[in-house]
Design a protein around this ligand. Structure first.
Ligand code: CP
Length: 332
């Protein structure tokens, strides 16, 4: 049994096989129903459009049955801390929840965002890790505090489709957002991009450095794959020569637990870090990518989002195909 928690748990060859399989699903070349007679639980602690719908559709189209649970909504509120006295409003412990689910279903997908409160705790991804620890069936990460591997695989497929599977020069740029957001998407994009040999420039203002363990892993993966990872705080020259622009906002680890101070710290960055046509014109006719949902004219202008070089809808569609490949690998 293998969980799918982060792409860096897999070799480049494993990841390439998943992308090949995703392409075959997309082309309609796989008629198998590997989930026939199986049920998959999807546990959503947070809202979703793409992940929820694409997982439910993928499971249905693979012959399976999806059961979506929302702790605190249609299932009990959950406690994940070990050894606590459960006298708060949390009704059930993850130890029971996950072990019981494992007796009913063939895999468990889980979405559990960072709360951006305690950096040292959240960077360990405690809820995702508890699912993995107590589950006796594969766990698929549908976005956790630190990783969004299904998104990253859809991103890699989208880049492959646009550039004939050749490694590319990519800009991963921070963007201003009305509220601080988790780092799962940039972390996973960086790790997957490095594993596939891309040359990735990460641009962000001072104070928005990603987790040091993620950076170390990305640099190691890039060294193995022939890729490269570089960093800049120059929000204009970072666009020079790139073929892909990937925009995403993320919060500062320096301000976990103090989000009002974080908002004050970044208040002057709003206009400088928006992606617009002038910046895209500096690139090598780059495609524009974003995981969605996106704040129009805040993160990126309408003109860029609606341009022929925007691939955001293909990128969202590719979630369906890569998740079919992942589901069929982990529980087929
Ligand atoms: N990109 C992504 O995961 O979208 P949702 O939050 O809508 O699932």
């Amino acid at each position: 049994m293998k969980h799918f928690l982060t792409t860096s748990d897999f070799t480049q060859s494993d990841l390439s096989l998943i992308l090949e399989k995703a392409t075959a699903f997309k082309k309609g070349n796989i008629a198998d129903k590997p989930l026939q007679g199986k049920s998959i639980a999807l546990v959503f602690f947070n809202p979703s459009l793409r992940t929820r719908v694409s997982m439910q559709v993928a499971i249905y189209e693979l012959g399976g049955n999806a059961i979506t649970l929302e702790p605190g909504g249609n299932s009990w509120t959950l406690e994940h801390r070990e050894g606590v006295v459960m006298d708060t409003d949390r009704t059930e412990h993850l130890k029971e929840f996950v072990r019981v689910l494992s007796r009913y279903v063939s895999a468990i997908g889980v979405r559990t965002f960072a709360k951006l409160q305690i950096w040292d705790e959240e960077r360990q991804d405690p809820i995702l890790r508890s699912f993995a620890k107590y589950s006796s069936v594969p766990v698929i990460n549908l976005e956790s505090a630190m990783f969004h591997p299904c998104q990253a695989m859809a991103d890699m497929l989208t880049i492959n489709e646009n550039y004939n599977r050749q490694p590319q020069k990519i800009l991963l740029t921070w963007a201003w957002h009305p509220k601080a957001l988790p780092m799962a998407v940039p972390n996973s994009f960086l790790l997957a991009g490095a594993a596939f040999g891309h040359d990735i420039r990460v641009a962000f203002p001072n104070g928005y450095e990603l987790d040091e363990n993620i950076l170390e892993t990305a640099e190691k993966l890039a060294a193995e794959s022939g890729g490269r990872v570089e960093f800049t705080s120059d929000n204009i020259s970072c666009y020079e020569g790139v073929n892909v622009v990937y925009a995403k906002s993320w919060g500062s680890k320096n301000f976990y637990g103090n989000l009002d101070a974080e908002a004050e710290y970044r208040k002057n960055l709003r206009d400088q870090w928006r992606v617009d046509s002038a910046k895209m014109a500096i690139t090598n006719n780059a495609i524009f990518m974003h995981c969605l949902p996106v704040r129009r004219n805040v993160v990126v202008t309408d003109e860029v989002l609606d341009s022929p070089r925007s691939v955001i809808i293909d990128e969202a569609e590719n979630r369906l195909h890569v998740q079919k490949a992942i589901l069929s690998e982990v529980c087929g």
